[in-house]
Design a protein. Structure first.
Length: 254
């Protein structure tokens, strides 16, 4: 088993979960370096992520479910609750987690609320508590503002038009961001699912701590804006200022 774990990035074991667990004992070190392992029964009816759920095993189980029609027995708490996790947010941003020990506290918090993501621009010295995750990375941040009741096709069309004007494409997107006020907009959530990207909801305090280049009608709601401040909060630079596309506004940063 040790040779297998060292040789392959993902391990698919066609055997009972109990056998897999006994085989893995003595070879596991920590969740960040252990190879993701998925157990599949011999009848190909069920795929069980055993190790590394948030590090590839859950995705492998879902892939097998989509191709073979078996049941993906995903048991990680955030996935079972339909909530994001720190590892997914980091992957969406194309970032690495500097202080991995914060993952437990962050993922527990995700079960209760939308955890804000904030970019601090340097030079700065930052001291963080144990329940604050520090990420380093890049990728496009797409900020989205929209009228109430907006549909997924409207959001996707606006994003595509903004990306085209910026000379970018969907694959360049790392993460989507908007205001906490939009957390109930199913059209925005559906658009994020179709894009396969995480949609982050930023707090009033986070948005108002930014300095957007253009005025916004969102000032009537007590915030300086949505699309552009969302980008400024998460990206190192604004590459496309806020622009309206029908009932959707889009800004892009990286």
């Amino acid at each position: 088993m040790e040779n297998v774990l060292e040789k392959y990035e993902l391990v698919l074991a066609v055997m009972a979960v109990g056998i897999v667990v006994r085989s893995l004992c003595g070879h596991l070190r920590d969740k960040w370096t252990d190879r993701p392992v998925v157990a599949v029964d011999s009848a190909l009816s069920c795929a069980v992520p055993v190790v590394g759920g948030h590090h590839g095993a859950n995705d492998l189980a879902r892939f097998l479910a989509s191709r073979l029609g078996l049941f993906a027995a995903v048991t990680t708490a955030t996935d079972s609750s339909g909530r994001p996790c720190l590892e997914e947010v980091a992957a969406g941003l194309g970032a690495t987690i500097v202080n991995r020990q914060a993952s437990k506290a962050i993922n527990l918090a995700f079960l209760r609320e939308d955890v804000p993501a904030i970019r601090l621009k340097g030079p700065k010295i930052v001291v963080v508590d144990e329940d604050v995750a520090v990420l380093k990375g890049g990728g496009l941040v797409v900020g989205i503002g929209a009228r109430r009741g907006v549909s997924a096709p409207e959001v996707l069309d606006a994003i595509d038009r903004a990306l085209c004007e910026a000379g970018r494409k969907r694959d360049d997107i790392a993460i989507l961001a908007t205001a906490w006020l939009k957390s109930e907009e199913e059209g925005m959530r559906q658009a994020a699912r179709e894009l396969g990207r995480q949609l982050i909801f930023l707090s009033k305090e986070t948005l108002n701590s930014q300095s957007p280049s253009t005025a916004s009608r969102a000032q009537d709601l007590g915030i300086c804006g949505v699309a552009e401040p969302a980008v400024l909060a998460l990206a190192s630079q604004l590459i496309s200022a806020k622009k309206a596309y029908g009932r959707v506004t889009v800004a892009i940063g990286q």
